[in-house]
Structures are given as structure tokens and as C-alpha cells.
Design a protein around this ligand. Structure first.
Ligand SMILES: Cc1cc2nc3c(=O)[nH]c(=O)nc-3n(C[C@H](O)[C@H](O)[C@H](O)COP(=O)(O)OP(=O)(O)OC[C@H]3O[C@@H](n4cnc5c(N)ncnc54)[C@H](O)[C@@H]3O)c2cc1C
Length: 316
């Protein structure tokens, strides 16, 4: 690929080539990204995305890699690892403006040390704030979308229009079951470069550090007892159909006998049937085929369709 001289001078020395993406995903599968860039500052993210968008070069923004299955054929274009990690607290308003590349666990610990709580339900969900807002991550009946006041979003331009940054309130995001407006856009336009969340303003609440940490521990114990946290997975593969136990994807898969299913080294977790584990040498293809078999099983048994919560990334 040919890049402009100006672009090469600015970013060239930090652009890596042929990087194996399986090393950047929790499920441990995925081929090579043509180009790989770590964006540590908002200016770098804006600069690189403006150029790629204008030139029509595909990019993918990677958070922690905890909710994706990257193709064995890799990603033809730029993978931009989001490492924007600024955090600014407003103690009296109990608010925080957090860079989208900050890990959830770090935000919770920093907040707790300032006696600010409210997001304890998120503890144990691995990944970045950007990934969490994109997929409206949640647990214990709460989702991050309920705590978003606003967020700044980078919209990629093209030959005609410039890349722009807009601050949107929570309403704009249309948060829904493990989704948001940006996730829906991306699923409906898989070949297009998607908007990137740069930072998020979250509403916290005044609390006490000890109370927050106790709640975190309680939540985490429940999570550890019910999910295979030590295996290689991408979290829940499918969205739940509703809030009740009988509408949970894991329950339906289990009842239908899905725990016996496997393809190659990809297996359904015995602890939680909505998790596919890479036992060691599974390929992305194995995981996708297993997910497809589980969908067929649940459709045949209950006449309902399961929708993926995870995303398949790259060239399939
Ligand atoms: C063991 C385990 C347990 C889990 N438990 C839960 C749970 O209880 N609840 C839950 O909701 N999830 C859970 N997950 C899933 C996962 O942790 C969440 O979906 C998390 O929010 C993913 O964040 P990430 O940074 O890793 O995103 P990634 O996996 O890196 O990316 C996911 C998607 O978000 C997009 N994205 C990431 N950052 C941005 C950004 N800044 N702007 C725009 N798009 C962006 C990516 O392009 C991609 O499309 C679990 C996962 C694992 C492995």
C-alpha cells in the first residue's frame, strides 16, 4: 500500500506490519492485520482515521479484544489499537470523563479510591470503556448505557466530507440489548469504516470505598461461580432473548443439549453454555461453525433465532 509522504513522516515509525491478531483477542484466534497502530492520544486517533477514511483504506478499532472473533484470514487494512487512557474526575458532580481506551477495571478502582461508585456491576467484564459503550455491556440487570451522559464520537469522512468530532448525549446512542446505534450501524454496513468513540462522560454516585469494594467482591464471586473466566473465550456468544432465566441463551442451549457440541478444539463450556472455549488449537472457522450449529440446534428445538453478541471481524 502506498501512503503519502506526510502520513509516513508522521505515523510511519509507529506502524507495524503483519501482526498476528490472535495475540490481541481473548479467544486466541485470528490471522494477520496488514497494518497495526497503537493510538495513545486523541490527536493520533483523529489524524490516522482522517487519512485512512479519506483514502478509503479499511480500519478496525480494537479495544481489549474480549468480544470479537477475528477471521483466520485476518484483517485486510489497519487495526488501530485504542490506548487513549485519560481520566478526569469531577468529584462534586460525581462524574468522570474517561478516555475510551481505559480498561473498565481501572476506571472502577480509580473511582473507588475517590469514594465514587455506581458502576460496580461492571466489575469482571474485561475490556475498554469504548468497547463497553459500543456493545452496551452490562451484568446483574444494569448496563453501561444507563450511566452515559454523553460521549465524543469521531465520524470518518471520505473524499467529499471531512472527518468530524461530535459530542452526543446518551439518547443518540439508542442503547439496547448489548447494542448501540454504532454497533447496529456496523452490523448493517460491515464493509464501511465505522465511527469511533473517543471519550465518555459517565454519571457516578457518591459512596464509600469500602462499600464499593465489598459490592465488587460480591458481584465478582457470582460471576466467577457461573462463568468460565479462566478459559479462552470471547464472553457470551449470543444475546439473551429477554431478562428471565428461560430466555437466557445459555439456558436454551443447555436445555437443547448444546453442551455436548464441539468443532475441532472449539467446545461449548460445561459451566455456561453461552460460552465457546478455545481449548487450545481452535481456529476462527471452528468457532464460527460451532456457533452456527448451536443456532441451528436452538432453532430446531425452540423455533427461536439466536443473534450473536460477539462480532466476526475481518475477511471470511
Ligand atoms: C470472560 C468474559 C466475560 C465477559 N462477561 C461479560 C459480561 O458479563 N457482560 C458483558 O456485557 N460483556 C461481557 N464480556 C464481553 C466483553 O468483555 C465486553 O463486550 C466488552 O465491553 C468488550 O470490550 P473490548 O474493549 O474488549 O472490545 P473489543 O472486543 O476490542 O471490540 C468489540 C467491538 O467494539 C468496537 N469498539 C471497541 N472500542 C471502540 C471504540 N472506542 N469506538 C467504537 N467501537 C469500538 C470494536 O471495533 C468491536 O466491534 C465478557 C467477555 C469475556 C472474555
Amino acid at each position: 500500500m502506498n501512503f503519502s509522504e506526510d502520513f509516513t513522516n508522521k505515523y510511519g515509525k509507529n506502524i507495524e506490519e503483519n501482526i498476528l491478531l490472535r495475540d490481541f483477542t481473548s479467544i486466541g484466534v485470528g490471522g494477520v492485520a496488514d497494518y497495526f497502530y497503537r493510538a495513545q492520544r486523541v490527536e493520533d486517533m483523529v489524524g490516522i482515521v482522517s487519512y485512512l477514511a479519506k483514502e478509503g483504506i479499511p480500519y478496525f478499532v480494537l479495544g481489549g479484544g474480549y468480544n470479537i472473533v477475528v477471521s483466520d484470514l485476518g484483517f485486510p487494512g489497519f487495526v488501530i489499537k485504542n490506548e487513549i487512557k485519560d481520566i478526569v474526575f469531577s468529584q462534586d458532580k460525581a462524574e468522570v470523563i474517561v478516555g475510551s481506551g481505559v480498561e473498565i477495571s481501572r476506571l472502577l478502582m480509580d473511582s473507588a479510591s475517590r469514594d465514587l461508585g455506581g458502576l460496580e456491576f461492571l466489575f469482571g467484564i474485561p475490556g475498554t470503556i469504548g468497547g463497553a459503550v459500543y456493545g452496551n455491556a452490562g451484568a446483574f440487570g444494569h448496563t453501561i448505557g444507563d450511566f452515559v451522559r454523553s460521549a465524543t464520537v469521531l465520524f470518518p469522512g471520505n473524499e467529499e466530507k471531512k472527518t468530524k468530532i461530535v459530542r452526543h448525549t446518551a439518547k443518540w446512542f439508542e442503547f439496547s440489548n448489548r447494542s448501540s446505534k454504532i454497533k447496529s450501524f456496523s452490523q448493517n454496513h460491515p464493509m464501511e469504516n465505522k465511527p469511533i468513540i473517543l471519550s465518555v462522560r459517565l454519571q457516578l454516585c457518591q459512596s464509600k470505598k469500602e462499600v464499593i469494594l465489598r459490592k465488587i467482591q460480591e458481584n465478582f464471586k457470582i460471576k466467577r461461580d457461573s462463568q468460565p473466566l479462566d478459559g479462552k473465550s470471547a464472553g457470551c456468544i449470543f444475546k439473551n432473548l429477554g431478562v428471565g432465566k428461560e430466555q437466557s441463551a445459555g439456558f436454551l442451549i443447555d436445555q437443547a443439549g448444546g453442551k455436548r457440541f464441539r468443532v475441532g478444539d472449539a467446545v461449548v463450556s460445561k459451566k455456561h453454555a453461552n460460552f465457546i472455549l478455545n481449548r487450545n488449537k481452535a481456529t476462527a472457522e471452528d468457532i464460527r461453525r460451532l456457533a452456527s450449529q448451536i443456532k441451528d440446534l436452538v432453532r430446531a428445538e425452540y423455533r427461536v433465532g439466536l443473534d450473536e453478541e460477539i462480532e466476526y471481524v475481518g475477511k471470511w
